[in-house]
Design a protein around this ligand. Structure first.
Ligand SMILES: Cc1cc2nc3c(=O)[nH]c(=O)nc-3n(C[C@H](O)[C@H](O)[C@H](O)COP(=O)(O)O)c2cc1C
Length: 315
């Protein structure tokens, strides 16, 4: 099964593993790329970006990408590292696509921008990105302040731009994958499902928290600061209880609490960032099995063809 995005990224299946701060390391990234998808390295891992890229290159000969959090204080350094290491694909998020797209395009790097509404999708297209990743409000981690869910966001963006659209947020199995293709997406970006895999370095308590959670177990904290989805626990209650001055992005992400659940397994006092799709994730699997099952089941339903269907639109 192929879409335009497979040709653009030179990958077998239109499945991207979304960057996940601290845990999208070489282990997960290479497993996804070796299974035919596209792994994305986070520059926020303990090993650091340079080492993570070098390790990934040792573990896979397939394409992989790096995430560029545009608002990050060291975004310039990340861009230079990406160019220095000849990384060919970037997913940019959280920030103005005009800031780095021209520089990355000059180096012939494929740039995809994560967006959460039509307005941002259009400005990303105008800035020259190659594709947009539309991320619905169901997603894990930082979510859009407009609270638009995947089912509405994807076709709205598909109707508004000419570049390929990837769907993210709430997609964890073949049902979500096929639905995204039917909505006009050229493929999917997946986060939470890939944490609950053998290859992801996330602590086993975090993986088990995903397996045990229900569809109503998550909440969005910091709606007035930087909305982000996590499981309801002591961390989410603590953050929501802070006064206005204390409720900062720094308190949310740049603290031991932000990473301690993922890395050290403190799933009560740490942030358990994940999407509403925890409700349909029931088992820790190998990355290859997650991807193979998604592709096999979709092909089983609709055959091995080029996607997406082109719906009647823009009449
Ligand atoms: C633990 C966690 C950390 C994340 N960190 C980042 C990040 O650093 N950069 C980014 O662009 N997206 C980040 N995301 C979003 C994912 O890349 C992806 O778009 C999202 O998880 C998709 O929704 P899903 O979790 O329902 O699959 C993160 C998501 C999670 C769950």
């Amino acid at each position: 099964m192929r879409t335009r995005i497979c040709d653009m990224l030179r990958i077998k299946y239109p499945i991207i593993q979304g960057a996940m701060a601290w845990v999208s390391t070489a282990e997960l990234v290479s497993a996804v790329s070796n299974a035919g998808g596209l792994g994305i390295i986070s520059p926020l891992t303990d090993r650091g970006l340079e080492e993570e890229i070098k390790k990934t290159k040792k573990l896979t000969k397939k394409p992989f990408g790096v995430n560029l959090p545009i608002l990050s204080p060291n975004a310039e350094e990340i861009v230079e590292e990406i160019i220095e290491e000849n990384v060919l694909i970037v997913t940019a998020s959280v920030g103005d696509p005009k800031r780095f797209t021209p520089r990355l395009k000059k180096e012939e790097i494929t740039v995809m921008q994560v967006v959460t509404n039509v307005r941002h999708a259009k400005s990303a297209e105008k800035a020259g990105v190659d594709a947009v990743i539309t991320m619905g409000f169901e997603a894990g981690g930082h979510v859009g302040g407009d609270e638009i869910t995947t089912f509405t966001l994807v076709p709205s963006v598909v109707d508004a731009v000419k570049i390929p659209v990837m769907a993210a947020g709430g997609i964890a199995d073949a049902r979500g994958f096929l639905a995204a293709l039917m909505l006009g997406a050229q493929g999917v970006q997946i986060g939470t499902r890939f944490i609950a895999t053998e290859e992801c370095i996330a602590h086993k308590n975090f993986k088990n928290a995903i397996i045990d959670a229900r569809e109503d177990s998550t909440t969005v904290i910091g709606k007035d600061v930087f909305p982000a989805r996590a499981i309801k626990n002591a961390f989410s209650a603590w953050f929501e209880g802070l006064n206005a001055e204390e409720r900062t992005m720094q308190a949310m992400f740049d603290t031991e609490k932000a990473r301690s659940a993922l890395i050290d397994g403190d799933i009560e006092n740490g942030a358990v960032w994940c999407g509403q799709d925890v409700g349909i994730i029931k088992e820790i699997k190998k990355v290859k099995d997650v991807i193979d099952e998604m592709v096999t089941d979709v092909v089983g339903i609709v055959g091995n063809q080029r996607f997406p269907y082109a719906p009647r639109r823009k009449s």
